[in-house]
Design a protein around this ligand. Structure first.
Ligand code: ARG
Length: 459
């Protein structure tokens, strides 16, 4: 049999495979609440404009509420033959209220309907991501506050570079995640315009009020161009782009947790809650949550590439290709929320090994830059010469198998006579971090100032 919604010009129904490729109900049922909300706003507006009678609008309103409760109770007869959530809802409305149901689609198309539903859904996800990021940021701040003066090696090329503090390292991620939150907020602001009333593509001849439906749905205004309204998915791409950047930040932190919890580092220990054992090696304690988080980020990046690829060749206005937007965004959003929650848990339950961090910070000549800076400041050497002198001292210490502070003054003076006893004051890791007082630097005072600023900003 042919389709009840659009079957007028068709003699035969679709091939079974056609139905399988065409139907989206298996996934877009997730938009049911947005779809019903949009329909209620549309029907109310049609009545206010005199396009629908009040009694029809009232029947539609009540019918839609029944549909909503049926879906929420889990006893709604979803049908693949009815393709998508829009036609499933409308068909059920017809069962419930009869003829007035057929008037709901006046001055509307599934094209503006789906664009509206999906915008509402993605808008909620921007808010949810912002809230989850807030929670993660608070966990990082708590961590940073407790470790603002815990010295650790800072790395470049994953080689020991200069001492930093663990709190400073945590605060680096606070900055990243706060920018991520800002990106979701920016995306939300830009997407908050209503496509409803663009109809199929050209607008409608009915005297609708797009400002009224925009307001009823919490949009700032209607979209100004009907072709744009039904054919762009930049709001979804912007969500995926924001999610992708956030995902990369999450993945880098997860990677650090994996490295730091290894036997070779032992900077941190993951709590039992976020670890697993091995079925053969009894000693094992694997950071599976961090590894999976690192891996699942690939789904978010993949979703982003997939939707960009869907969109890049489409002429205006609507093409059915755009139905492929939803599964990508749903999966990316679910993955992001899971990853944010897992990271928050891992950070909150982490044990940080202060002694290990400090011992590692002193290894690898991490205060060589402090020594070079001292030669510039106290002995008046040009930085390039100080760099060379320090390099010679590092080579000497390396040959003797000791750290820089373990060289004798005589040994140091054999490399450069301007060196005095006072140099030993800058070779310790605590003095090193305390001296990095430049704005944003690793000195515990600076780190604490940043923590205080963020705590105030978050309220
Ligand atoms: N299920 C469709 C989608 O998600 C709804 C819009 C269909 N419009 C159309 N003219 N076939 O894109």
């Amino acid at each position: 049999s042919s389709n009840a919604m659009w079957g007028g010009r068709f003699a035969a129904g679709p091939d079974a495979i056609m139905e399988a490729i065409n139907a989206s109900i298996s996934f877009d049922k997730r938009l049911y609440a947005q779809d019903i909300r949009g329909s209620r706003a549309h029907a109310a507006m049609l009545a206010a404009q005199g396009i629908l009678t009040d009694s029809d609008a009232e029947a539609i309103r009540e019918g839609l509420l029944t549909v909503l409760s049926e879906i929420e109770a889990g006893d709604f007869p979803f049908s693949t033959a009815l393709e998508d959530i829009h036609m499933n809802v409308e068909a059920r409305l017809k069962d419930l209220i009869g003829e007035p149901a057929g008037r709901l689609h006046t001055a509307r198309s599934r094209n503006d309907q789906v664009a509206t539903d999906f915008r509402l859904w993605v808008r909620d996800q921007c808010d949810a991501a912002g809230h989850s990021l807030d929670t993660l940021i608070r966990a990082l701040l708590t961590r940073a506050e407790a470790t603002a003066d815990w010295v650790m090696p800072g790395f470049t090329h994953l080689q020991t570079a200069q001492p930093v503090t663990f709190g400073h390292h945590m605060m680096a991620y606070v900055e990243m995640f706060a920018r991520d939150k800002g990106r979701f907020g920016d995306a939300r602001r830009r997407m908050n315009e209503s496509p409803l009333g663009a109809a199929a593509l050209a607008g409608t001849g009915f005297p609708i009020d797009r400002f009224a439906t925009a307001e009823a749905l919490g949009f700032d205004r209607p979209m100004a161009n009907s072709l744009d309204a039904v054919s762009d998915r930049d709001f979804a791409l912007e969500f995926l782009s924001s999610a992708s950047i956030c995902a990369v930040h999450l993945s880098r932190l997860a990677e650090e947790l994996v490295i730091w919890s290894s036997a070779q580092f032992r900077f941190v220990a993951m709590s039992d809650k976020w670890s697993t054992g091995s079925s053969i090696m009894p000693q094992k304690r694997n950071p599976d949550a961090a590894e999976l988080l690192r891996a699942k980020i690939g789904r978010i990046l993949g979703a982003s590439v997939a939707l960009f690829t869907v969109m890049k060749g489409l002429p205006l206005a609507y093409s059915k290709d755009m139905q492929e937007d939803k599964e990508q965004v749903f999966d990316a959003a679910d993955t992001l929320m899971l990853a944010l929650a897992a990271m928050t848990g891992m950070i909150s339950d982490l044990t940080v090994n202060r002694e290990k961090l400090e011992a590692a910070a002193s290894n690898g000549f991490s205060t060589a830059t402090d020594l070079a800076d001292w030669l510039v400041r106290e002995a008046g050497l040009p930085f390039r010469e100080a760099h060379h002198v320090t390099g010679t001292l590092v080579a000497l210490a390396e040959k003797k198998g000791v750290d820089l502070p373990d060289l004798t003054l005589a040994e140091m003076r054999s490399v450069h006579p301007a060196i005095t006893d006072a140099v030993f004051g800058v070779l310790g890791v605590h003095n090193s971090v305390a001296s990095r007082q430049s704005y944003g630097g690793t000195a515990p005072d600076q780190v604490r100032a940043q923590i205080a600023r963020w705590k105030q900003a978050l309220g």
